[in-house]
Design a protein around this ligand. Structure first.
Ligand SMILES: C[S@@+](CC[C@H](N)C(=O)[O-])C[C@H]1O[C@@H](n2cnc3c(N)ncnc32)[C@H](O)[C@@H]1O
Length: 238
């Protein structure tokens, strides 16, 4: 099974220190919400965000949105062989049900994320499709390994071990019962901390240039799908 964790996702509500700024207040009025209930977004809050520490890696929910669209509802996901978690910059973990159908419209996604961060789950009642779970990243990785000594933990990282598509493919197990846990950064700029990096056994650079998160996500999903023959199996009836 392939487990993707989107690391340090740039997804958070507008932090208290900038809720009273004019730009934020205006946006809140347009949306009919309190400033503290808005998802931080560089498109709307860029000027105000200058006051935030590490602002270059925050306020980009679109990266997570496009990445999720590129990996959910794929054949691998439909076969129940993909799990997806978000790791937020404050350390919280979001569990995503693989059968969730995300809105095709970005504004509606923003509304869902606001509900998630305010209430801890979406929808508020019934079986959660998205839910904040009380677990650390380290314990999540241990849980996904499920006690399997052969489980792989791979981190996609620029400047790491140069890995061609063929090398990555042969690294992936053909046996889908072996957990493969992949960490991919879901923020625009900056680097991952050593505390996060050290949780993964192998660090792989997949292209000589910096790629977008959703491209790296898609590369893992499709290479893994080919490796475990999912793509072929879905047409084997012909
Ligand atoms: C847009 S980048 C973030 C930029 C940041 N400079 C970094 O080093 O993480 C988002 C994520 O995509 C992955 N990524 C981007 N380019 C990559 C590459 N050439 N090889 C492997 N992973 C890459 C990494 O996981 C990275 O954290």
């Amino acid at each position: 099974m392939l487990h993707i964790i989107l690391l340090d996702s740039a997804l958070e509500l507008v932090p208290r220190e900038i809720t009273t700024l004019k730009q934020i207040q205006k946006h809140a009025a347009r949306r009919g919400k309190k400033s503290s209930e808005l998802l931080l977004d560089q498109t709307h809050h860029g000027q105000s965000m200058i006051r935030l520490s590490q602002n270059e890696r925050r306020g980009r929910p679109d990266i997570t949105y496009i990445s999720l669209l590129s990996i959910l509802e794929t054949p691998l996901c439909k076969e129940g062989l993909l799990s997806v978690h978000l790791h937020l910059q404050d350390g919280q973990i979001v569990e995503i049900q693989p059968d969730v159908r995300l809105p095709r419209n970005y504004d509606r996604f923003v509304g869902l994320m606001e509900q998630l961060l305010l209430q801890g789950r979406v929808p508020p009642q019934g079986d959660p499709l998205l839910q904040i779970v009380n677990i650390s990243l380290e314990d999540l990785i241990k849980k996904l390994k499920a006690g399997n000594d052969t489980a792989l933990t791979l981190l996609a990282s620029e400047g790491a071990e140069k890995t061609s598509v063929n090398e990555l493919s042969s690294l992936l197990p053909q046996d889908s019962s072996v957990p493969v846990i992949v960490g991919i950064g879901s923020f625009p700029h900056g680097v991952l901390s050593e505390a996060i990096t050290s949780l993964f056994n192998r660090r792989l650079e997949l292209d000589k240039e910096m790629m977008m998160t959703w491209h790296i996500c898609a590369e893992f999903v499709w290479l893994y799908s080919l490796r475990i023959d999912i793509v072929k199996t879905r047409y084997s009836v012909i």
